[in-house]
Structures are given as C-alpha cells and as structure tokens.
Design a protein around this ligand. Sequence first.
Ligand SMILES: [Zn+2]
Length: 584
Amino acid sequence: MKSLATKLIISLLGVLSVLGVSGFSFALDREAFSITNYDLNLQIDPAQHRLGVRGKITLRNDSSDPQKVGVLQISSSLDWRSIKVDGKPVQYLTQPFASDIDHTGGLSEAIVTLSQPVPPHRTVDLEIGYEGVIVLDATRLTRIGTPEDAAKSSDWDQISPDGSAIRGVGYVAWYPIATDVANLSEGDSLFEVLNRWKTREAGSLLKINLEDPRATGDSTAPIPVCNGKLARGIAQEGASSFAWAQCSYADLGHSVPSLALAHYGIVNRPSMTVFNLPSHAAAAEAYADAAEKAAPLINDWFGSFRDKAQTVDLIDDDSAPFETASLLFTPLANSSSNRAGLSAAHQLTHAAFYSPRPWIEEGLAHFAQALLLEQWNGRESAIDYMAKHRSVLNTIEESESEPGSPEQAKEEANRALVSTSNEALYRSKSMCVWWMLRDMIGPAALKKAIAAYRPDQDKEPSYMPRLIAAQTQRDLEWFFDDWVYRDHGLPDFKVESAFARKTLNKTFILTVTIDNLGRAGAEVPVIVKFARGETKKRLEVHAKDKATFRLETPAAPDEILVNDGSVPERDTDNNTFKVPPPES
Ligand SMILES: [Zn+2]
C-alpha cells in the first residue's frame, strides 16, 4: 500500500511537471522523438560517485507532425549543463519529472525549443552535457512499500570506489531517453513505457568513450566491462592501464546498455570471462570451471558460441542477479557450484543461440538448465527443478473470466507464449513446453529444429513450431494450439479406470483409461507398478478428452500413476489409482 504522503508527493510532482510546461500552448509529446545515435564521452569518478558526460546525439521525429520541441530525460541525480545545435546554445527548460523508469523514481527533464521545426522522419543533431552522481538509490521501490533490503538488492546500480555497475534504461537513465511517465504502482505501466522506448530504439546505436578514471598517483586502472563491443586503448607507460576504452552498444531494442568499472580480477576461459572483485578470486575460478563443464552440453543442443559470455561480480552479496543477453551481473561471493553450473548453462545458451521471441530465447535457456541437471543427476532431478518453476504457474493459472467469453479469449491470446510479456510464462511455462517437446519428438529431432532456426527469418509466430513439425511425422498442431498460440491453462489428469485380467500364460493384461479434465492436452507418462517392478507408457490425452491403452505385465498390477511430473498440471491429487484384484 502506498502511504497518503507518497500519493501526495507523486501527485504534487505531477502538478509541477504540468506547470512546467504550461507556458507552451500545445500538448507536449514526450515520445515524438527517438534517439537514433549517441556518441558520448564519459568521465567517471568512482571516489566521488560522479558521472560527467559530453557528447552528441541524433534525434529523429517519429511522429506524423513537425516538432519544434524535444524532450530529453536523464536520471534525477544528474543535471543538464548544456544543450547546443550547430555549436550554438538552444533554449531549454529543465524540470523534475516523476517516473519509475529510473531507480530514483524521477528524471531530470530538459524541454528543448529547437530553432526550427523538425519535419516527420527527419533528424536533428544536438551537442549535450550533463553531470551528477549515481549512488545506490531504491526510492522507486521503497515508496511503493518494498522493504528497504529487498529494494536495495534489486536496484543495486551505483558508481562507487569499491566497484561501479550501472544498467541503462529501466534502471538508470545514464544516457538521455524520451518517455512518458512510468508508474510502478499502476500494473504494467513501467513495462509498457519501457517496451515502447525499446521498440523505438531498435535500430539505434550508442557509443561511449570512457576516459581513464584514475586519480593521479593510482598505479593501476580499473577495468571496464560492457555488454556491447568493447575496444581498449593501452596507455604508453604500461599494459595494466588504459588510455581510453570505447564501447558500442547495438541492438538497443533487445538489450539494456550496461557498464561496469572496477579493479576486477579476470578469469578467462574459452566459453566465458569472469570479472571478479579482489576478494572473490576463488569463487570466480569455480564459476568459470562450472561454465566450462556445461559448455559441451550447450554446444550439443544450441550450436557453437556466437559470442563469449561475461560474468560481472557485484559488491553486495545480496544483490539480485541481472542478465542482458549473455552478460550476467551476479554476486560471486556465495554461489555454490550447483548454482554456478545452472546459471552458467543459462548464460551460455544465450551466447550460443539468439531469438527475438522471449518464449524461445528465455524458454530454451531455462530448458538448458533442466538438461544440465538431468545430465548430472538424472531425469528426476530435472523434474524436481521444473516443479519449483511450476509452482509459479499454479498461481497465475486461474482466470476470473467466464469460460468461453470474449474476455477469456482475449486473456488466452495475451497470455499465449508467442506474445506474452509475463516472465513466469515465457520463462517457467516455456521451459516445460520445451521439455515436453523433447519428450514427444526426441532429442535428435528437437536439436535439428533448433539448428535450423534463423532469427532473421522469424517473422511469424508459427515459424519455430513449423521448424519443429518438419522434424517429426507426428501431428503437433493441437499441442501448439493449447500451449504456444493460446494459453489454455494446464491439463488435469485423472485415472478414470483400470482393470486387469489374467492370461492363460500367467501374465496380466491391463486396460487403463486416463481422463484429462483440463483445457490443454499433453502427452503424459503413465507408470504401472506391480510386484518387483514397474513399466512406463506415454499417452497422448487431448483437452477435455480421454484415452485408453492396454498393457501386458508379468505380475498383477497394483497401482497406476499418471504424470511423472514432466507435464505441468493443475491438480495432481487425483493422479494415483489402486488397481482392483485381477479377474482370472
Ligand atoms: Zn536469460
């Protein structure tokens, strides 16, 4: 719950920002311009937590009207120093703008009046300067009631002498953006604003030049890490320092431009580089070893690595890990070797395989973790791991809409794996879907489908399902309908009946009928237990349908279990069945 005071502050800030622009006789369109190019020189002073930026940006008018006013936003802990066009200062107003797109819960907004209107689709170059501090700040989370510790472990970005790590849009506006207000207390508001910004930035390029931040007298320079292409210039005097570093971030629609700078130790292995804080050297070695061990499995499933994964240590042991493509920020201090292996398998999957669709990109990276556990400890261990993810699914599965109503149809389409923005779905549910597909068509066929995937040819939601269908004789359309194109919730299996009959040669013929009460079909394992043994059969049971099979057992069957846990299910209380004594 938001306190009354917080609400007042938010509404006051809202009033202020309206007052700030009331001098203009037209509505301010904050999302009219996108920024297509950034060329920024960064000066970072870790001891003072300071960031100073000078550089050039290119604004493009994405609206259908000529625009004379552009909006530029940076974190509220930074201040605008200058804005020029063609070397001449332009008129601009600055004001605070409350928005949860930045960790401080606010932005410093510059409303720039251009000397002449920019026609639709045309661009204008600006020279800009801004500076300030970036310190640990979780205001946007604490003001909506997140406990301080949890808030700080989530919003850990800061420039600090112990190590600096800052993420871009959605965390710290350390480079200018132009967005409408995002409010964490209003459902998907932040997600939607972020998504619009990233979509507009899809083809944009961000280049930074980083000056050697050493104070005079420091013997070694800190090491920069970024999730773009990094080039480093070596200073004349020695190889341990850099005169400059340059990083180019492309793919702004898909990744979050992030930057780290500290006196890292470096553990360099073929599949991964780990950057550790001085006290975590052993943990870094262990992490890199875990990655190397996981690498062959990842290559086998997802091909050779397109880029090299990077892992960057965080100062606070409680910081929540953050991934953007194959770069992972994580505190190395307390990672067990199991956790390291799982986390590395996920990262390496991103380094080997790319898809713009989250259910493929993230679903496969989580699926890789289950595969690794299966390789280590067998199938049950992987199923236990997936069960932890599935508990999340049970909480979101309930739909409150009338069955068969237009609202329900809309919800089903929104929650479909192919279009959902819900992490629990495109991570946890998708992982289970990949696992089921592997079980249904076999690993060799699924690997071939994955190898045939080309991200630039993925123009239709059905592209990946068609690649998979091409590798099997089986009809999978019902499966994709229930699990991928639409969200039909989870199946609910029940053993409806089972009876056994003794044969002349003293074996038993068992007939089992499985009922699926749910609205999603699946191929489910059925386990038949008898004295001194069990046998397993896989059975396709469509939504709201039944399926029957017969099976010969060497001894009288006594129990049937439907679903070994590999199919996510709504209710597993009705999954076992005692077989009545056989008729002879
Ligand atoms: Zn991931």
